[in-house]
Design a protein around this ligand. Structure first.
Ligand code: PPS
Length: 572
C-alpha cells in the first residue's frame, strides 16, 4: 500500500546551522580547549552526525555506570559501549561542571563545544571487566584504556560546529542521513550491512551475496576506516582493495560506504553496538559472522569470547534494536565443488577437500612473496596487498648497533653499509653516534635526558627510513633498555628491527682507547662517561651479540649479514 511509514526518514544530528556555527566558532576561541585524540575525533564525528543516535554527547557518570554494568543508559535505552571523553589530570584540574569547553582536532580546528555536566575518575578495572570481559592488557581496548586513555572522564552535551575534515576517499564517506537519503532516492527498503576491517576475499563476497539473498535485501558494504585492530592492513590499502572488488558485485543492488568508527574489538557488545550504528545509517539487517569484532587471544593464549557469543547477544536484543541479524557460520572452500560453503552445512566432510587460508597464513605468504591462489582471493586484491606488503627482501628495516664507546660499533656499521650498498636495491643510511651528535643532536650533552632524546631522534629518523623502504643503520651507545625498546616498537610498525649488541668488554674498550676518551674520563676530565661514570644497561633480547675481541671487523660484519639473510631481509 501507499500507507507505509516514511522510508528512511532523517535522524537527529548534533550540528547547529551554518550561521550559528560561524558565530559559535569565534566565541569558542575564548574557551578552554581540549585537543582530541584520534579515537575521540572518530567518536565525536559519529556523535555529531547521528551515528551514535540517541546519544547527545559524551556520557555523564550515571549513563556511564549503567552502560558499564548493564549495557543501558540511565533511562533504560540499550547502549553497549561507553562513549566517554578521557582527559589528562592536568587539563581536568581547571575544569568544572557547568563550564563549556572547545573540542579541537589535531590541527587545532574547533569541531564542537562540550557543555560539561560531569567530571569523574572512572574505575578502569571495572570498565575492562564488564565491557571487554577481562582486565587483561592483551585486549587492545583494555590496553588503550589503561595505557593510552587519560585518567579523568568529562561528560556532557555536544554542540556540533563542523564535521572532522577528511582528505582521503571523500566521495566514499557518508553520514547516516546521507545514506538514508541515498536509500530513499534509490527506493531501497531493505538493506543488509556488512561490517569489515579486513580486505574482502572470495569468502566474504560469497557470504555477503548469501546474506543479501537470504534477507532479500540490498547490500551495503560498510567497512571501518576509523581505528581498527592494531596491526590490521591500513585503511588506504583496504579501500583500494574494496574498490577493486566492487566490480564483482551487481552495481544496481550493492553499494559501499566508509565508516569512520573507532572499533574497540569488544566482541558481543561490539556487535550490538555495530548493529545500532547501522540502524542509524538506515540499514534493516546486519551480518554477524564467526567471532565478530574479536580481539584475538588473551594473555593466557585463549580466545576472549566464544566464536558465536556475538551472535547470541545480538539475537537476544535484536527486536529492541530494530535491526535484524543475518548470522553466518565460518565459510570454507570445497575444492570438489569449486565453491564456498558454510562449514557447518557440509554433510560430506570426509569425502571432500576443504581449503582455508587463515589471516596469519595470508600474512606469511605476503611476507615471503608466496603464491596466493585464485580460489582464495581476487587477483586485483592480491596485487594491492602485495604493493603495500612486499616480501621482506624488498621492505625497509633498521639495524641498531648498541655498545660502549670504542666497542667497534661504527667500524662494523660502516662495513655493513658498504656491503649492503654493494648489493643495491634499497637506499642505505648510516646514523652513526658521533656523526649524529655533530648535526641532528648537536646541542645535546650526555645526561640521561639528553641521551634519551638523542636515541629517540635517531629512532624517529630510522622509522621514517624503514617506513619508506630504506635501510637504516644506527650506531649510538644507546645505554638505556627502555629507550631502545621504545625505538624498537616505533620501528617495528614499519619493518624489521635488528638489535646488535657489540659486546666488547669495558676493559678491552679502555685498553684500545682509540679516541683517548677513557683516559680523560678516568682523570675526571670528561663527566658522565659511559662505563666509567655513567651506566650502560646490557641488552638481554638483542637479535645478535657480536664480540670483537680477537675477531676482525669483516667477520663481525659477516655475522650481521648472515642474520639479515636468515630473517629474509636480504636475498640469499
Ligand atoms: S648516547 O648515549 O647513545 O646518546 O651516546 P652517542 O650519541 O652514541 O655518543 C657517544 C659518542 O660521544 C663521545 N662521547 C661520549 N660517550 C659517552 N659518554 C660521554 N660522556 C661522552 N662524551 C663524548 C664518544 O666518542 C662516543 O662515540 P663512540 O663512537 O661511541 O665511541
Amino acid at each position: 500500500t501507499n500507507m507505509a511509514a516514511p522510508l528512511h526518514a532523517p535522524i537527529p544530528e548534533l550540528y547547529v546551522s551554518y550561521d550559528s556555527a560561524q558565530k559559535l566558532k569565534v566565541e569558542a576561541g575564548e574557551l578552554p580547549s581540549w585537543d582530541l585524540t584520534a579515537r575521540q575525533v572518530c567518536d565525536l564525528e559519529l556523535l555529531m552526525n547521528g551515528g551514535f543516535n540517541p546519544l547527545k554527547g559524551f556520557m555523564g557518570q550515571e549513563d556511564y555506570d549503567n552502560v558499564v554494568e548493564n549495557m543501558r543508559m540511565a533511562d533504560g535505552t540499550l547502549w553497549p559501549m561507553p562513549i566517554t571523553l578521557d582527559v589528562s589530570e592536568a587539563f581536568a584540574e581547571g575544569i568544572e561542571p557547568g563550564q563549556d569547553i572547545a573540542l579541537r582536532d589535531a590541527e587545532g580546528v574547533i569541531l564542537a563545544i562540550l557543555s560539561i555536566s560531569d567530571k569523574w575518575t572512572p574505575n578502569k578495572a571495572r570498565e575492562a571487566e564488564k565491557v571487554y570481559g577481562a582486565d587483561d592488557l592483551a585486549h587492545p581496548a583494555v590496553n588503550y584504556l589503561h595505557n593510552v586513555a587519560g585518567p579523568i572522564y568529562l561528560g556532557g552535551a555536544i554542540t556540533g560546529i563542523q564535521q572532522p575534515v577528511h582528505y582521503d576517499f571523500r566521495a566514499r564517506r557518508d553520514t547516516p542521513n546521507e545514506l538514508r537519503a541515498y536509500f530513499r532516492k534509490l527506493g531501497w527498503r531493505k538493506i543488509v550491512a556488512f561490517q569489515t576491517r579486513n580486505p574482502l576475499h572470495r569468502a566474504h563476497q560469497e557470504l555477503t551475496f548469501r546474506a543479501a539473498k537470504e534477507a532479500q535485501a540490498n547490500l551495503l558494504i560498510h567497512p571501518v576506516v576509523g581505528m581498527t585492530k592494531p596491526g590490521d592492513v591500513d585503511h588506504f590499502t583496504r579501500v583500494r582493495c574494496y574498490e577493486a572488488v566492487l566490480d564483482q558485485y551487481p552495481a544496481a543492488t550493492t553499494s559501499m560506504s566508509l565508516l569512520n568508527l573507532a572499533m574497540r574489538m569488544a566482541g558481543p557488545r561490539e556487535a550490538v553496538w555495530h548493529g545500532l550504528i547501522r540502524k542509524n545509517h538506515g540499514c534493516t539487517h546486519f551480518i554477524v559472522g564467526r567471532d565478530h569484532a574479536g580481539p584475538g587471544k588473551n594473555s593466557a593464549g585463549e580466545d576472549f569470547y566464544g566464536p558465536y557469543d556475538a551472535q547470541d547477544l545480538f539475537r537476544e536484543h535484536q527486536e529492541e534494536m530494530g535491526i535484524e541479524m543475518v548470522d553466518f557460520k565460518h565459510m570454507v572452500y570445497v575444492q570438489e565443488r569449486a565453491q564456498y560453503e558454510p562449514a557447518d552445512e557440509i554433510t560430506d566432510k570426509d569425502d571432500v577437500t576443504i581449503l582455508n587460508i587463515s589471516g596469519t597464513e595470508l600474512r606469511r605468504r605476503l611476507r615471503e612473496g608466496l603464491e596466493i591462489p585464485e580460489w582464495f582471493s581476487f587477483p586485483q586484491v592480491v596485487e594491492e596487498l602485495r604493493r603495500t606488503s612486499p616480501p621482506r627482501s624488498q621492505q625497509g628495516f633498521t639495524v641498531f648497533f648498541t655498545g660502549l664507546s670504542g666497542s667497534g660499533k661504527s667500524t662494523i656499521a660502516n662495513a655493513i653499509m658498504v656491503k649492503l650498498m654493494e648489493q643495491g636495491g634499497r637506499p642505505v643510511t648510516l646514523l652513526d653516534g658521533d656523526v649524529v651528535r655533530k648535526n641532528l643532536s648537536s646541542e645535546l650533552g650526555f645526561s640521561k635526558e639528553h641521551r634519551d632524546l638523542n636515541i629517540r631522534r635517531i629512532g624517529y629518523v630510522a622509522s621514517e627510513i624503514t617506513k619508506n623502504g630504506g635501510i637504516a643503520i644506527c650506531a649510538p651507545i644507546a645505554p638505556y633498555t627502555a629507550t631502545r625498546r621504545a625505538v624498537r616498537e616505533e620501528i617495528e610498525q614499519f619493518g624489521a628491527f635488528i638489535e646488535v649488541h657489540v659486546a666488547t668488554s669495558l676493559e678491552e674498550c679502555e685498553r684500545r682507547d682509540r679516541k683517548g676518551l677513557y683516559k680523560l674520563a678516568r682523570e675526571g676530565k670528561i663527566k658522565e662517561f659511559t662505563g666509567i661514570s655513567d651506566p650502560y644497561e646490557e641488552p638481554t633480547n638483542a637479535e645478535l651479540v657480536v664480540d670483537t675481541e680477537g675477531m676482525d671487523v669483516d667477520y663481525c660484519a659477516q655475522q650481521v649479514l648472515l642474520k639479515l639473510e636468515s630473517m629474509g631481509l636480504i636475498a640469499a
